[in-house]
Design a protein around this ligand. Structure first.
Ligand SMILES: CC(C)(COP(=O)(O)OP(=O)(O)OC[C@H]1O[C@@H](n2cnc3c(N)ncnc32)[C@H](O)[C@@H]1OP(=O)(O)O)[C@@H](O)C(=O)NCCC(=O)NCCS
Length: 147
């Protein structure tokens, strides 16, 4: 699929963005495991945690949260608002984290759209975590392949 010229900007975010992230997470993961503002405050308070937000005309349309410990970075969550998908925002957010070095993440085995995105970004399967999610479903562990 071809994307129109990039119409979004990426910006580093701080702890003050927690309510905004919670709102985006809610609309993105509705019906699943939704994280509230308090959860985002806790996550962003941990050393090594970084967030980047995607903005269109100053409106938040997506974000990625990652945590770096020593030489490894984990993608904690990634969300793009349903109205702004398939225009390269998710890929740009992931590529932004890939600049940090070795990256890994867990993704639900049934999440084909995220798996497609991570595959396109060069991630490969590294393992399976059984019963990883609250509903008992399994997670695939993916690692970046270009390091
Ligand atoms: C997964 C998600 C972040 C993708 O965001 P996005 O901004 O739409 O992704 P992009 O536009 O950057 O897509 C890049 C590539 O990923 C693949 N891809 C993304 N969404 C896809 C879909 N629904 N079906 C098939 N392939 C898809 C495609 O290869 C796409 O490239 P193309 O558009 O040139 O074909 C978004 O769908 C989302 O927020 N989903 C719900 C939350 C989620 O699953 N988060 C990940 C948890 S680990």
């Amino acid at each position: 699929m071809s994307h129109p010229e990039k119409d979004f900007q990426l910006q580093t975010m701080g702890i003050g963005c927690a309510p905004l992230l919670a709102a985006l997470h809610e609309v993105t993961f509705r019906g699943g495991e939704v994280w509230d503002a308090t959860s985002f405050v806790s996550l962003l308070s941990v050393q090594g945690t970084e967030g980047t937000i995607a903005l269109i005309d100053n409106n938040p349309v997506g974000f990625i949260l990652s945590r770096t410990v020593l030489d490894e970075t984990e993608i904690l969550t990634l969300a793009v608002h349903p109205d702004f998908r398939r225009r390269g925002i998710g890929k740009s957010l992931v590529q932004n984290v890939l600049g940090k070095g070795k990256v890994f993440l867990e993704v639900a085995v049934c999440n084909n759209q995220a798996a497609a995105l991570y595959g396109k970004c060069g991630f490969i399967k590294a393992g399976l975590r059984r019963g990883y999610y609250r509903d008992g479903s399994d997670a695939q562990v993916l690692v970046s392949s270009d390091v």
